[in-house]
Every structure is written in structure tokens, then in C-alpha cells.
Design a protein around this ligand. Structure first.
Ligand code: C5P
Length: 224
């Protein structure tokens, strides 16, 4: 498992931009997250490129399908040099168990997304008929029962995760200052780490900064 708690999201479908970001990151200070934006366009090649530069990789494809489809999708990914990948907990216990079956003898860890950090309580009331925390709690029950390695949630729900010792936590929704972008349930890096996040995911505040390398160094210092 990675030494650093920082995961930088590289969300670009342009090779030049994605590799420019990569060049300025330091593999001893962070892992990188490759999600659907980058993977769908730049594919496995980009994963090999990042791996070749010494980065540990979190493949965030948020798989959400029937158990057989998720299982076979993961079977097709496990030859990649990745450390962690994501599925949606709302795919249900059988789907999560099918995913875990594929990685039972290898080192890749499977994390389940609980509720997207872009959703506010108003959104979750509309979609799930309950507040975000209650929906997260329900998804944590499923994740625990399916015995997946960890979950993805907002830092605001970390207090629901830390008592569940079998589950590691990854928290996106990390911001240095209040922001008006699409993220809603946000917190600073330091607060998230203090609340027990095993990993924090941060994208735009680092990758869109004027000095990516310095921003990563500063972030690393902040959470020491
Ligand atoms: O740029 P930003 O810091 O918002 O990037 C957050 C990253 O984490 C994005 O790649 C997004 O897809 C991902 N993510 C998220 N909320 C989740 C799961 C993943 O924001 N619940």
C-alpha cells in the first residue's frame, strides 16, 4: 500500500496536458488517480507511462453494473500495474463480492463509492429520499457485509467509517478554501486527515494551479 496519503486526480483527455501534469508531480509525495476522463481517451498506455515514472496508481472507473459484468471488467484490468480500483456500493452485495473474488489472491484493493461528493443533502433527498449521511451509512453496511477493502466518501462522513475497522477510506471533495465548482461536501486536506482519512483525493486545486509541483509540496507539508 502507498506511503503517501495524497492522491492527485489527473482528469484530462489530452495526452499533452495529462503528461504535463504528471511531469510536475513527485511519486514520493503522491499516488495518482486515473479516472474515466483520462482512461477512456488515453487508455492503458497512460497507466504504463505513469507506472514507468514511479507512480502508484488508483484506477477510478467507478464500475456500476451487474455482478458478471463487473467481475469480467475487473478480470480485464488486473494485469495493469494498479494498486486500487473503484466500484459503486449501490451495485449491491453480490456485485461487490464478485469484484472481490477477482482480487482475492492479488494485491489490488477494491474501494466502493458510497455517495458522490458532488451531491448535497438536497440532491440526496431528491434521489434517495434521505440525507447524504443516511445514504452513506446504508452503503457502509453493504460494503462491510460484502467485505470490500474500503470505501470512498466525503470527509464529512468519516466519523461513520472510522469505527468500521475493516474499511479503509478515500475522501475526495478536498478544497483549500470554499469553492464554487461542482463539489459540495468539501473539507480542507488537514481536517480530512485529522478526521481519519486513509487517503485524500484532490484534483483541480493542484492540477490547475500555476505551480503544480509547489502546490503538491505545500499540501504535503500541510498534512505532515
Ligand atoms: O478536481 P477535484 O478535486 O474535484 O477531483 C476529485 C476527483 O475525485 C474527480 O476525479 C472525481 O471524479 C473523483 N471523485 C469525487 N467524488 C467521489 C468519487 C470520486 O469527486 N465520490
Amino acid at each position: 500500500m502507498a506511503n503517501s496519503k495524497i492522491i492527485i486526480a489527473i482528469d484530462s483527455y489530452e495526452y499533452d496536458q495529462a503528461s504535463h501534469i504528471l511531469e510536475q508531480l513527485n511519486p514520493s509525495l503522491c499516488m495518482i488517480k486515473i479516472g474515466s476522463i483520462t482512461f477512456n481517451s488515453l487508455g492503458k498506455e497512460f497507466i504504463y507511462l505513469a507506472h514507468g515514472k514511479g507512480f502508484e496508481i488508483f484506477l477510478d472507473l467507478k464500475l456500476h453494473d451487474i455482478p458478471n459484468t463487473v467481475q469480467k471488467s475487473i478480470e480485464g484490468l488486473i494485469t495493469l500495474p494498479i494498486k486500487m480500483l473503484t466500484i459503486h456500493t449501490s451495485g449491491g452485495i453480490k456485485m461487490m463480492q464478485a469484484a472481490m473474488q477477482v482480487v482475492k489472491d492479488i494485491e489490488i484493493k477494491i474501494f466502493g463509492v458510497t455517495v458522490l461528493t458532488s451531491l448535497s443533502d438536497e440532491d440526496t433527498n431528491y434521489i434517495f429520499r434521505r440525507e447524504a449521511q443516511d445514504q452513506v451509512k446504508a452503503m457502509l453496511d453493504l460494503a462491510e457485509e460484502a467485505r470490500i477493502d474500503g470505501i470512498v466518501c466525503s470527509p464529512h462522513e468519516l466519523h461513520l467509517v472510522t469505527p468500521r475497522s475493516s474499511l479503509l477510506s478515500i475522501t475526495p471533495g478536498i478544497r483549500f478554501t470554499p469553492s464554487d465548482d461542482d463539489q459540495r461536501r468539501i473539507m480542507t486536506p488537514k481536517q480530512a486527515i485529522e478526521l481519519g482519512a486513509d487517503f485524500i483525493v484532490i484534483g483541480r486545486p493542484i492540477t490547475e494551479s500555476n505551480n503544480i509541483s509547489k502546490s503538491l509540496n505545500d499540501l504535503s507539508e500541510q498534512i505532515k
